[in-house]
Ligand binder design. Structure first.
Ligand code: SF4
Length: 330
């Protein structure tokens, strides 16, 4: 076996420690950072916080940006969802399958994760760890340095590539041992373990589920679930209304991917639309902009673009009311 491993790296303390423990044994480790769809596709991965944190342990990184393949996993999770729109088991399996792909591509011989037995509900209990390992085709090749002594020896341990005696037997939710190890490895900064990703957030779950319920969709639609106010006009059309200048810039950036797009001539938000817009929807679009923008009586025109073509000019002089809004809110 080659003394080279791919570490599934999130930027959290456990993944930093797992990589550091194996590196300390003189094994080459490359971190694989999977970038979730909640990160703007326009962002350079090197500028991400997780990338900067990896430098504390001199961990070189490769990046996988969650794409439509991942979107498909979110839409049809074999093991179901957690409390919100988070299919944690399928997500974990998917990331490990990616780690396996990179392991083969980078000519490494095993994969490392920062998983700890019994630390989290659902995906990290001992039997589930075993199941996940099998499903992702990494049986015997998945080293979990923080809990390794509580698990059967892996091939790298059996073959003496990894010294099992220098691995740990951490279990449960307490983080004391990890903080102690962080000091030992000079790790002073890491991302908070508490959170969970955007799919675990109740306020975003309904948006993500709405995206999934209205195919076709892609990874960009999952990113846009994090942007603006979302309203469903009817079964065939949804709109995203920017809340501030930054969101206007983001929605403008992806204008070409919208099915329809609305821009006011006055100070106000843009609207990004998905689906089929009907002529009977035009008034509510103008009313949205009258509500969230600041149209002057003499300057209240709104341009509607369908598939990038300017198709209508509307007048925004009548703000949409609260009842209509709450009925449409996703
Ligand atoms: S919290 Fe999000 S990123 Fe983490 S395993 Fe669950 S779905 Fe995947």
């Amino acid at each position: 076996m080659i003394k080279k491993a791919v570490a599934l790296y999130s930027g959290g303390l456990d993944s930093l420690l797992a990589a550091a423990i194996i590196k300390k044994q003189g094994i080459e480790v490359i971190g694989l950072h999977c970038i979730l769809p909640s990160v703007d596709p326009a962002i350079n991965p090197d500028s991400l916080k997780a990338s900067q944190l990896a430098s504390q342990i001199n961990l070189p990184l490769v990046f996988y940006r969650c794409d439509d393949e991942y979107a498909n996993v979110i839409a049809h999770p074999k093991h179901g969802y957690g409390k919100n729109a988070n299919p944690c088991i399928d997500c974990k399996i998917f990331f490990l399958q990616k780690a396996k792909e990179y392991m083969e591509k980078l000519n490494a011989s095993f994969v490392i994760t920062g998983e700890v037995v019994g630390q989290r509900p659902m995906s990290q209990y001992k039997s589930m760890l075993k199941h996940i390992e099998k499903e992702c085709g990494l049986e015997g090749l998945l080293v979990r340095p923080l809990s390794a002594k509580l698990l059967p020896p892996t091939y790298p341990e059996q073959e003496g590539i990894v010294d099992r005696n220098k691995l740990y037997a951490i279990a449960g939710r307490s983080r004391d041992k990890q903080f102690e190890l962080a000091q030992e490895f000079g790790i002073t900064q890491f991302q908070s373990p508490a959170g969970g990703c955007f799919l675990t957030m109740p306020q975003l779950a309904s948006r993500v589920k709405d995206v999934i319920a209205h195919p076709p969709f892609n990874a960009l639609d999952l990113f846009l679930a994090n942007v603006g106010r979302h309203y469903r006009l009817h079964e065939h059309a949804k709109i995203i209304v920017a809340r501030n200048e930054n969101e206007c810039t983001i929605l403008q950036r992806y204008k070409q991917t919208a099915d329809f797009f609305v821009e006011p001539s006055f100070k106000g938000p843009v609207i990004y639309g998905k689906g089929t817009i009907l002529q009977s929807d035009y008034p509510v679009l103008a009313q949205m902009l009258a509500r969230y923008g600041k149209p002057a009586p003499d300057e209240n025109s709104v341009a509607l673009f369908i598939m990038g073509q300017h198709t209508a000019t509307l007048t925004a002089d009548n703000p949409v009311d609260d009842t209509t809004l709450s009925k449409m809110r996703i």
